[in-house]
Write a protein that binds this ligand. Sequence first.
Ligand SMILES: Nc1ncnc2c1ncn2[C@@H]1O[C@H](COP(=O)(O)OP(=O)(O)OP(=O)(O)O)[C@@H](O)[C@H]1O
Ligand SMILES: [Mg+2]
Length: 492
Amino acid sequence: MRHPVNLLRGLRFRLTLSYLLLFSALLVVIGLYFRHSLQVQTEGDVRAVLEEVWGEAKGYLRIENERPIWTADPEDPEDSHIVERLRYVILLTDSSGNILIDSPNYESIGIDSLSEIRRIMALREPEVHVRSDAAGRPYIIKAGVMLDDHGKRYFFAIGRSLAESQRTVDLFTADYFLSLLAIIPLTGLLGWALAGRAIQPVNELAQAAQKITGSNLSLQIPLRGAGDELDHLIESFNRMTTRLEDSFEQIRRFSTDVSHELRTPLTAIRGQLEVALFTAKTPEQYHDAMVNALEDVEQLSSIVRALLLLSQAESGQLVLQKTVLDLGQVAEDIVDQFQIPAEEKHVRLTARIEPGVVILADRTQIERLFSNLLSNAVKYTPQAGTVHVRVRRDERQNWGRIEIEDTGVGIPEENLPHIFDRFYRVRNAETNLIQGLGLGLSFVAWIVKAHGGQIGVTSTVGAGTRFTIRLPAEAPATQPVNEDHGATVERL
Ligand SMILES: Nc1ncnc2c1ncn2[C@@H]1O[C@H](COP(=O)(O)OP(=O)(O)OP(=O)(O)O)[C@@H](O)[C@H]1O
Ligand SMILES: [Mg+2]
């Protein structure tokens, strides 16, 4: 089932939106920047013309006897043109504000007040400023002092229209921002398409994940080969399904094994009871049938007990109670306990123990480790054989090292990799009758793994087997361990 993604909250939409906002903001900033530059540029041009006109005015206008006189030659068309240009925006007054020359354009921006005239005449340099007429058309005005032949001071102002420059800027602004109205939606579409492409693998990943169920965990999502974060995600995802597949497989195998193991004693019990029901006549026969059935029930409960313990261990419910442990001490105790069964089988059980091999470990589990390995060694060693236990400090690190060596039947090379698996027993004539559930070594492997140690085994068929276990003095903090049987099986 696919959950519809809310469009407005979807990654694609959000990516597009942020891209669009960023892009639009950038375009607006660029536009404003160019608008400003254009304004400075065109205004600069007008200012240059104003300076020119100011210079010309000084050349063509003279004041004699308090009257302005244009010195241009009226016959010369060029001169008349210049004067025409000068008279476009002009004002000349005496220091009391009496107008000598003005132009309609100047009037439209307003004749300067007397106080303004006085202020400007008091300045050392002419002043340039921008003013607008009633219709809002801007003019740039240069105002200052003009002297007559006798050195008398007059107020003189001349200006140019900024309307043209303003129009250029306005035109640019309108064009630019109008085109943005078209560009931005196009960019949005492009962003949408790009975001879609970027998100595509994520959608594929989601679809692939939806196809995966308990029964087709082998499904792997193909890498895109881009080596990017998404590939990394896909890799992690694939690794996860592989791990899941492994544990599903383990569970499947386990249930098959368990049902298989339980079926044998159950069938036996059923057979015995049926036989007793139909054929037994005397109380002794009933008694025998019940004793036999009870033995099988006993075996059943020991299987269940062992399974329970193992599943607790592997699911991490069995927490190690670590204490400082003298490995030699533990070995000695267990070896003592196994002397009687060894003697019964006429197997010589010896031990060589280096004092002071101390590790941090769970005593119960280490005892269980020893007794499983010793019971195997004694069990699979025929009469007159020997079992030798060694505890010493490992040469390579400050670890504890346990060796349990027997002169027993040995394990064929091809079976070695499997002996730590649950319910695994080597099928051969010598051991068929004495074999147990095949759980002992898987438990040993779990204990070694839980303590961060290593276990190795070497064996020669007919000559004997040696198990070597190395345990760190200080167990790592990686608890609990709930993987497969888990020990690092190191071939020695
Ligand atoms: N010291 C040994 N010599 C020869 N074969 C061994 C030795 N230890 C283990 N094996 C083989 O490995 C198999 C697995 O051992 P494991 O201890 O797991 O099972 P088991 O002894 O058969 O049953 P359990 O320990 O559960 O009662 C044994 O069935 C046996 O065939
Ligand atoms: Mg065993």
